[in-house]
Every structure is written in C-alpha cells, then in structure tokens.
Design a binder for this molecule. Structure first.
Ligand code: UDP
Length: 237
C-alpha cells in the first residue's frame, strides 16, 4: 500500500482535524480526544476517545462498502487517522431517528425511549451563527443550499444506511436510537462523509437500555471511554 504524505492543516473542528495530502482528491481526518456538547459550552479532553471513534467509524464505513453503499472512506491509516476522499461538503446534517431521545424529546415532549412508529428524518442547516437550525426541504431549496434531487438522494441514502446499521447493531445487542450524517460531492456523486461513531449516534444496550454513546458526557453519566470501548468490542466481535 502506498504511503500517504500529510500536508497542511485545512480545518480544525471540535473533535477532528483535517489535513491535505499530496493527492488533491484525498484528505486525512484526525480524531481528537476532545469532547464538546451544547454548541461547545461543555468541553473536556477524554484520553482514548479519538482512537475509538476512528476505529468505530472505520468498521461502519467498511460495513457500508460491503453492502454497496459508497462513502468517502478509503482506509484507516493509524490509530487516530483515516484517509478519505475530499468532498465538497453539503452544509446539511441529516438526522435519522428510530427511538425518541435528545432534542426530539425536548421539543415534542415524547417520553425518552418511545419506539417511533416509523423512521423520522430531519434536516438541520449547518451554520454556527444560526445554531444549526432545524429546517425542511423548502427552506434548504429556497436558501439555495441543495436541490430537490440532492435532498431526495440524501434521504434515500440515509434511510438505506439506517437499515444496514440497525440490522448490524441489533446482531451485536445494540439499539440504534438515532444518528447524524453529513454528505458531500465527489466527482459529481453524493457520498457519505464525516464519521459514524458514538459521538454522532445514540447506541443503547438492547436489554438494559444502558447508554453507550456521547450522552454519557452530555448527561454527566461518566464512563465514556468504557462505553465506547464496549461498542467497539461488540461490533468487531
Ligand atoms: N448529533 C450530532 N451532531 C449535532 C447534533 C446531533 O452528531 O450537532 C447527533 C446526536 O449525537 C444524536 C442525533 O444526532 O445521535 C440526534 O441529536 P438530537 O437532535 O437529539 O440533538 P441532541 O440531543 O444531541 O442535542
């Protein structure tokens, strides 16, 4: 396998750093140990988190590839880093929900843990100054953020990814409660980007409903690294 040259830093986010490589089509994602919540208001460094997120994301991206779902993932380079295709990011977060939790509970007053009668898909417009507002297809098209066809494709892929991940996780005694995806364009094709990890998904133990995701940090439950390790142990098992 050819070696990859790490070049200049392109971007530093709350939990990741992106580096250019010698190939203009490829970038490196470095997963940091930092955890943030509530728009960065709560912040902490949690040793081991970055490595676990890199490993867990790689497992999920490989699973999606094996099911014929293309993503930006090329390969894992080392404990903290993934080589991925450089996408032109569409500034939309696609959230998929199977069970009520988080903002859905806060906004609609549903009881946490309520099994939803069908899969709910939401769009959020990625804009820090606006606080990533919940939007619909009309808003995004009116703002010129994405076309009708692109939004249909995001929905189609997100629902397909939900089917694959939900079934896989179920086999490993985990419920996929909800998760967030980000997509981008590479050579005219819409590809899944970003990450799929306990930072961006809610995973509950199927039997005990124990939370094995970033809610351990958001809700001060402790044991975040142990929970992420448990997710990794199960999905490779
Ligand atoms: N999520 C995320 N990044 C965000 C917002 C949400 O990864 O900026 C994920 C979150 O981890 C959960 C799902 O999207 O798995 C739904 O999040 P929700 O809307 O319930 O918001 P939260 O409760 O996290 O504020």
């Amino acid at each position: 396998m050819e070696t990859v040259e790490k070049r200049e830093q392109l971007y530093e986010g709350k939990a990741k750093i992106i580096y250019q490589t010698e190939n203009p089509d490829y970038v490196i994602i470095h997963y940091k140990d930092d955890a943030t919540a509530f728009n960065g208001a709560k912040k902490e460094s949690i040793p081991g988190k970055g490595e676990l997120n890199a490993k867990i994301s790689s497992v999920f991206f490989e699973l999606l590839h094996s099911k014929g779902i293309p993503t930006h993932f090329v390969r894992q380079l080392n404990d903290h880093e993934l080589l991925v295709r450089k996408l032109e990011i569409i500034p939309v977060e696609v959230v998929i929900r199977n069970i009520a939790a988080g903002s859905l509970v806060r906004r609609l007053g549903l009881k946490e843990g309520t099994k939803l009668p069908f899969v709910i898909r939401e769009f959020y417009y990625k804009d820090d100054a606006l606080g990533d507002p919940l939007v619909n297809e009309y808003h995004l098209q009116a703002m010129g953020v994405a076309t009708f066809e692109q939004l249909s494709e995001l929905s189609r892929q997100a629902l397909e990814i939900n089917r694959v991940l939900r079934e896989f996780l179920r086999q490993h005694q985990l419920d996929l409660v909800d998760f967030k995806l980000e997509f981008g364009i590479f050579n005219g094709q819409i590809l899944l980007g970003d990450e799929i990890s306990p930072d961006t998904c809610r995973f509950w133990d199927t039997e005990t409903h124990e939370k094995l995701d970033k809610d351990r940090f958001r809700e001060d439950l402790g044991g975040l690294t142990e929970a992420y390790s448990e997710v990794y142990r199960r999905i490779i098992g």
